[in-house]
Design a binder for this molecule. Structure first.
Ligand code: FJE
Ligand code: FE
Length: 324
């Protein structure tokens, strides 16, 4: 039923936006008629210094926030001790930390002070800062690679109690078909669903495509969507339509709205393509950000700074907090 509705919408989209070339490529390359969103922007994630001696690649920053509501930031981090992100507060949004497996024997680990401890390669920590948390995020050993995504909360949820959802690698649903492997961190792909509860409706899927593989992922029509390319062979990562220009590693690919979702091709003949696809329902409210505080108005930011300063309204833990 839903597929039928999607197809009707697809056709309407074709008529109104004139995606004639796509009709041809659809009917020749795939038995199902999906129309992919097209790529509207590519952003190379440049290295920048953050935290204490840490360097991150920032893929989403303020200039993409409007296009990518509800997402505030995406960092690819690669840090080794003693660098890291010592004690800092958050309010008004969620952070998702995904520690990447660097290679088969990798045992990278990230230590979160102020909560349960260590997350290892392949694990996810989905943290809802709500009205306030203070934590430090430090690597325990070696080089630690990962992604950190910041997702905004609606005004109704900015001041909720903080919450942590922790998934170890083995809790994350995985599936494989036709040379495409998925790890579903949030939302649904290949008919399997993540156990994560997303207050701001979000999809977060880690894809690996064998050389020559292709895939189409549905994304709800009104959501904003982007991909971040982690690894790709030369000319491998092709999004939107099969003849669009390839994207290299460390790029954010922003998709336009509408249509059924996102098509991707791995055109490399020898290397796998790994990327994450992230999509979410836009909140549509004003965003006022001051570092780790994200509220709707400047007055709320001023209040937050005061709360943090006086260790109140959610920052009570700041009073007896001690850095290691
Ligand atoms: C932060 C500067 C920061 N990217 N990627 C200012 F560095 C941070 C911060 C992080 C961060 C942490 C991890 Cl584990 C990975 C990151 C920025 O902690 F919150 C502010 N306000
Ligand atoms: Fe943090």
């Amino acid at each position: 039923m839903r597929a039928a509705i999607n197809k009707a919408n697809t056709l309407r989209g074709l008529v109104t936006s004139g995606f004639i070339r796509n009709i041809k490529s659809m009917s020749s390359s795939s038995s199902q008629s999906f129309v992919s969103r097209s790529v509207i922007k590519k952003v190379f994630a440049k290295l920048q210094k953050e935290g204490d001696g840490a360097v991150v690649r920032r893929g989403i920053s303020r200039s993409e926030q409007k296009l990518l509501d509800p997402f505030l930031m995406l960092d690819e981090f690669s840090v080794s001790p003693p660098a890291g992100f010592p004690d800092h507060p958050h309010r008004g949004f969620e952070t998702v930390t995904y520690v990447l497996e660097v290679n088969e024997t990798s045992s990278s680990s990230f230590y979160f002070k102020g909560h349960k401890g260590t997350i290892y390669a392949g694990d996810v920590q989905w943290m809802t800062a709500g009205r306030g948390i203070i934590h430090s995020e430090m690597p325990e050993e070696e080089v630690n690679k990962g992604l950190q995504l910041w997702i905004n909360l609606s005004s109704k949820e900015k001041m909720i109690e903080p919450n942590y959802q922790e998934l170890s690698n083995s809790d994350i649903p995985k599936a494989e078909q036709n040379g495409v492997q998925v790890k579903v961190i949030a939302g649904e792909s290949m008919g399997i669903q993540s156990p994560v509860y997303t207050r701001t409706p979000t999809m977060f899927v880690d894809f690996t495509l064998d050389p020559g593989a292709q895939f189409h992922q549905n994304v709800p029509q009104s959501w904003n969507a982007f991909a971040y390319v982690l690894e790709s062979g030369e000319g491998g990562a092709v999004f939107g339509s099969s003849d669009s220009s390839p994207v290299s590693s460390h790029n954010v690919v922003v998709f336009g709205q509408g249509n059924d979702g996102v098509s991707v091709w791995n055109k490399s003949s020898s290397k796998k393509l790994r990327f994450v696809l992230i999509a979410g329902e836009p909140i549509g409210e004003p965003v006022v950000q001051y570092g780790p505080f994200v509220m709707n108005t400047q007055a709320e930011i001023d209040m937050t700074i005061e709360d943090y300063h006086y260790s109140k309204n959610g920052f009570e833990m700041a009073k007896y907090w001690k850095s290691q």
